[in-house]
Design a protein around this ligand. Structure first.
Ligand SMILES: Nc1ncnc2c1ncn2[C@@H]1O[C@H](COP(=O)(O)OP(=O)(O)OP(=O)(O)O)[C@@H](O)[C@H]1O
Ligand SMILES: [Mg+2]
Length: 248
């Protein structure tokens, strides 16, 4: 089982869009895949057409009273399951911080459900709380969308410092540019800058109306608009991710 987390300090940068599309590509590659929606917004849950209802609520899950597999739902894809999010996750950081051994708890939850899956994609809420700490500890790869703006890169450096403090190295980090608009000189300049940064994945996700439609159509972009530039980008991203995570 490989755990891939879409995470980072910034909100609204394309974590969920990437989680949904990478999960769809994982399934297309024949991997049994679980999406764990860890964001109270439930956006990934919505994109896979499930109800925002976490069985037993976050309290049971993070209180150690419920197994993750009891909350798993099937999706329209036979090889893709999902743990839905609901608003009970709004206090996830506080609940998890109150657990005796937060990281061990999350690892145990994943261990209990994970045996059935080749890939677990975790869609995180932005932030550096207890959930992020546990995710850094359990993930095989931390996928961080970075918007091509000075403040976007700055937020990534802060997140990177957090990961180094938590994990001892930046090795787990796999940042990639997101929401890139090549008509903008600043975006082109920062893209060139990042091209020389070995931490960054080579693929970057362009601003695309095909991705904007995801929340409405509730079909992953790579299926709804497979020829779009965004779908091409997600496929390149997936290929790099599967290589780094040694999935092929
Ligand atoms: N490549 C893209 N092109 C155009 N719009 C995009 C793209 N990626 C994401 N969006 C849009 O930007 C918004 C935020 O995207 P998304 O929900 O994936 O970000 P997020 O990082 O998960 O946000 P949050 O931190 O709130 O969870 C959404 O409305 C989404 O449709
Ligand atoms: Mg999100």
């Amino acid at each position: 089982m490989r755990v891939l987390a879409l995470t980072g300090l910034k909100g609204g940068v394309g974590k969920t869009a990437a989680a949904v599309n990478l999960a769809a590509l994982s399934v297309a590659d024949g991997h049994r895949t679980l999406v764990w929606d860890l964001d109270a917004q439930g956006a990934a849950t919505h994109c896979f057409r499930l109800r925002p209802k976490l069985k037993g609520g976050a309290e049971k899950l993070f209180g150690g009273d419920r197994e993750l597999r009891a909350a798993v739902k099937g999706t329209e894809h036979p090889d893709l399951d999902l743990v839905p999010a609901d608003v009970s996750l709004r206090n996830a950081d506080v609940m998890l911080a109150g657990a005796r051994k937060p990281t061990r708890l999350v690892r145990r939850l994943l261990g209990g459900a994970g045996r059935r899956y080749d890939v677990v994609v975790i869609d995180c809420a932005p932030g550096l709380g207890a959930v992020a700490e546990a995710v850094v500890a359990v993930a095989d790869l931390l996928l961080v969308p970075v918007i091509p703006a000075p403040l976007g890169l700055r937020a990534f450096e802060r997140f990177s410092e957090f990961v180094v403090a938590e994990a001892g190295s930046a090795q787990l980090l796999a940042p990639f540019l997101s929401l890139v608009d090549r008509r903008k000189p600043l975006h082109r300049r920062l893209e060139a800058e990042v091209a020389g940064d070995r931490r960054f994945l080579r693929a970057s996700v362009p601003v695309s109306s095909a991705v904007e439609r995801l929340g409405e159509e509730q079909v992953p972009t790579v299926e709804a608009a497979p020829r779009s530039l965004a779908a091409v980008a997600y496929r390149s991203l997936w290929s790099e991710v599967s290589e780094r995570a040694e999935l092929r």
